[in-house]
Design a protein around this ligand. Structure first.
Ligand SMILES: *Cc1c(COP(=O)(O)O)cnc(C)c1O
Length: 470
């Protein structure tokens, strides 16, 4: 591809992107392909000679696009959103054209210094106090792994990386059973081991860790020779939005000298609205907080912010400095690769800069408030229907519900059938979860381009398809 072709095809790709976004509402949210269909449609071996771009592009449109699930669709109500606001896509075009590695200050000073500034913009936007610095990680999973490694090293007096874990007392970490699976994986990968992730029972409508049980577990573990290292609390759990009492947990962490990591991957975006900050009261006492602007806020994946109270212990855990990575003569600069497990880093701050400037915080707050209001309204409408019941009340814009099964039909099977029928229909897309062992259908409104009408349509579609099943 020469310079002119690059120009032409870049313009073509941008045109395609704009057309794609404009026509999303008319597409089924989830494709109706059968497993293996697309695999079989793709050549089994790579070509020996280059092919014309026209043909490659035509195949992209004919084979790939029909097999995509449209995450930017305004009626995507499944999982959590992975919003890519148009302005953040534009920033990603630029990042992709420059294709810089941003691991050290000197490998792209602008990327490092913009990242430092953006971290502080977001700290202010979320109402966090001064004293937190941070880093943009690829995903919340990476941020949580970094936090778990730091709590492990701190508890082991910085000997874990050097000596390994054998011969050490067993490091213990505490969380509820509502936390995301990325916590389990961080525990596996850090060598702490699943048996040392102590699951604290939850209580109350927000399914919060029982603080008394948490403290009792820590005290008992210490008495039994274990080494309590840290607590992982969640605000807005993935299943039904479970939210711990951060102030109570932080108090326990402080009194027992434990590291506190708060996972607010999804709900963190809502904290740009002061009225939702009640859900994480006490968060200023956390050692580390992760939230994903790539979920609700609209910064294209990947973009996960980890706020850190004490970057020194974080960097002490993760930094490794071979000669070829030293930046001689630049003491005191930030080299962000020392803040994360991977060395190579994309330039992730640019899309947040574009997004925050083009939208402004007030428009983003309005979007989030709308999502919450529309979701609450839909929950109310479903609860008022004789054949539906809410399983969990809305936490921000997330709730779960069930349809009453006909006599003699298993409720879980019935709701699975309903969910399949809704998703095969294609007008909306929902996913499921288990609540207290029983199947429930999740709903979250959070798409960047959703309107009140899109959520109203969800009500109509759910009711219509449930009616047809009877
Ligand atoms: C989505 C999510 C994660 C994982 O986020 P990644 O960025 O995909 O790693 C972790 N925790 C919670 C609560 C989430 O909702």
């Amino acid at each position: 591809m020469d310079g002119n072709e690059f120009r032409d095809w870049s313009l073509r790709a941008a045109e395609w992107g704009a057309d794609y976004r404009e026509t999303l509402r008319d597409r089924p949210v989830r494709p109706s392909t059968e497993p293996g269909e697309i695999f079989r449609a793709i050549e089994a071996s790579p070509p020996e000679d280059g092919e014309p771009m026209e043909k490659i592009f035509a195949d992209f449109e004919a084979t790939i696009v029909p097999g995509m699930t449209h995450w930017q669709h305004p009626r995507f109500f499944a999982y959590f959103p992975a919003n890519a606001a148009p302005v953040s896509v534009v920033a990603e075009y630029l990042v992709s054209a420059m294709a810089a590695q941003c691991m050290l200050w000197q490998t792209s000073p602008a990327a490092t210094e913009l990242e430092m500034r953006i971290i502080d913009w977001m700290r202010q936007a979320l109402g966090l106090p001064e004293g937190f610095s941070g880093v943009i990680q690829d995903s919340a999973s990476s941020a949580t792994l970094a936090a778990v490694l730091t709590m492990r090293e701190r508890a082991l007096a910085w000997e874990g990386n050097r000596k390994g874990l054998s011969g050490q007392p067993a490091v213990r970490v505490y969380s509820s059973d509502q936390v995301h699976t990325s916590i389990d994986r961080a525990i596996w990968v850090s060598g702490i081991g699943e048996e040392n992730l102590v699951r604290i029972p939850v209580k109350g409508p927000l399914r919060s860790m029982d603080a008394a049980a948490l403290e009792a577990a820590i005290v008992e573990d210490r008495a039994n020779g274990f080494l309590p290292a840290g607590i992982i609390a969640c605000v807005g759990g993935t299943s039904v939005g479970a939210t711990d009492d951060i102030a109570a947990v932080a108090d326990i962490a402080r009194r027992h000298g434990l590291y506190l990591h708060v996972d607010a991957a999804w709900a963190g975006s809502a904290m740009i609205c002061p009225e939702y900050r009640q859900f994480w009261t006490g968060v200023e006492d956390a050692d580390s907080i992760v939230f994903n602007p790539h979920k609700w806020l609209g910064a294209q994946f990947d973009c996960s912010i980890q706020f850190i109270r004490d970057p020194e212990s974080h960097v002490r855990t993760l930094a490794i400095k071979p000669e070829y990575l030293k930046t001689h003569g630049h003491d005191g600069i930030v080299n962000y690769s020392e803040w994360s497990v991977p060395l190579g880093r994309r330039f992730r701050a640019l899309k947040l800069w574009f997004l925050l400037r083009a939208q402004g915080l007030e428009a983003l707050r309005k979007m989030i408030r709308n999502h919450v209001a529309w979701s609450e309204k839909l929950a109310g409408q479903l609860a008022a229907e004789p054949d539906f019941e809410l399983v969990t009340e809305p936490m921000l814009s997330l709730f779960s519900f069930r349809h009453r099964a006909p006599a003699g039909v298993d409720a879980d099977e019935h709701n699975q059938r309903l969910l399949n029928a809704i998703n095969n229909d294609g007008r909306i897309y929902l996913t499921q979860t288990k609540v207290d062992g029983r199947f429930a259908i999740r709903f979250q409104a959070g798409q960047f381009d959703s309107t009140a009408q899109d959520v109203e349509m969800a009500f109509a579609v759910i009711k219509e398809i449930a009616g047809n099943l009877r």
